[in-house]
Write a new protein. Structure first.
Length: 299
């Protein structure tokens, strides 16, 4: 039996149940990263980030591009970009113009991509994504990187603010991963912002962290449906997973409890299960409480 926040999702991947909160959660997370990036010393931008193979500048501009992709999707432009040597522009009309309608018309009846589908496909695009980030960061001064990030996320937040609330969950948009409901695409933006914020050393804002934890526990329950293990990520989510006997009373025989930020790092392959178990960020009991065979969710 799933408990608490974990029950608010739906079969489309979890967006509809809390879609109205997503724009505010994203904006708060973007502001947290922007404040962190604004406080970094100039020399930090050329230094390696916590993400192997990426400098801090590359990671900041990649995260900015994630916000630009949202603005582009709202305008119907599937290929956002940052001009080298300048801050990112958001030209091309207001969100929701005729460009979005014509782009959707060109896609016909293609199946909708869910947040889980989109995120699962990032591994195949990893080399191209990294190459784009390197190109964006080449020759950029630290202040230009700071401004680029700030302008990108401010523009995306403004684009979202113009949308009527009843369009947030189900509006159809064209994204780099395909045709999606806006609520699903916003979930992917939250994942990018939380995960790369952690990569940059910026603690996640609570609403965005909650969103990502709930999405990841939902994905894990879809990957390994069942009732043999109770996975708890307090205070945000608790689900039963893994095929086996259903537990109905008392303390479950197999329990895994994980700190929220650690759960995100484990789910994205940034923290090893054994390391988190050793330092107490995972507490596990029961002979079936080792979930290494299911992780990471995203590689």
């Amino acid at each position: 039996m799933a408990r608490g926040d974990a029950q608010d999702g739906d079969a489309r991947g979890g967006a509809a149940g809390f879609a109205l909160a997503l724009p505010g959660a994203l904006e708060e997370q973007w502001k947290a990263i922007s404040g962190h990036v604004g406080g970094l010393p100039d020399e930090a931008f050329a230094a390696p980030s916590a993400l192997p193979g990426w400098t801090t500048a590359e990671l900041v501009l990649h995260t900015a591009r994630s916000a630009l992709a949202l603005s582009a999707a709202l305008r119907g432009d599937p290929a956002p970009g940052l001009a080298r040597g300048s801050t990112p522009g958001l030209a091309g009309g207001s969100a929701g113009g005729s460009g979005a309608e014509s782009s959707l018309a060109r896609t016909g009846g293609a199946p909708l991509v869910t947040a889980a589908d989109y995120l699962a496909g990032t591994g195949a695009r990893a080399e191209a994504i990294a190459a784009t980030a390197r190109d964006l960061a080449a020759g950029q001064a630290p202040e230009a990187v700071r401004v680029a990030f700030r302008d990108a996320v401010t523009g995306a937040a403004a684009d979202l603010a113009r949308l009527p609330p009843d369009e947030i969950a189900d509006r159809l948009v064209i994204t780099p991963g395909g045709r999606m409901r806006l609520g699903e695409f916003l979930l992917t933006r939250a994942v990018e912002a939380v995960v790369h914020g952690l990569d940059l050393g910026s603690p996640p804002a609570r609403p965005a962290l909650k969103t990502v934890v709930r999405l990841f526990t939902s994905m894990l329950a879809q990957r390994a449906p069942g009732h043999a293990v109770e996975l708890r990520v307090p205070p945000f989510s608790a689900v039963q997973i893994v095929e086996g006997p259903r537990h109905t009373r008392g303390t479950p025989p197999n329990v895994v409890e994980v700190d929220p930020a650690a759960f995100v790092l484990i789910a994205t392959g940034r923290l090893a299960w054994g390391a988190a178990l050793a330092d107490g960020r995972i507490r596990a009991s029961g002979e079936r409480a080792d979930l290494r065979f299911l992780l990471p969710l995203l590689a």
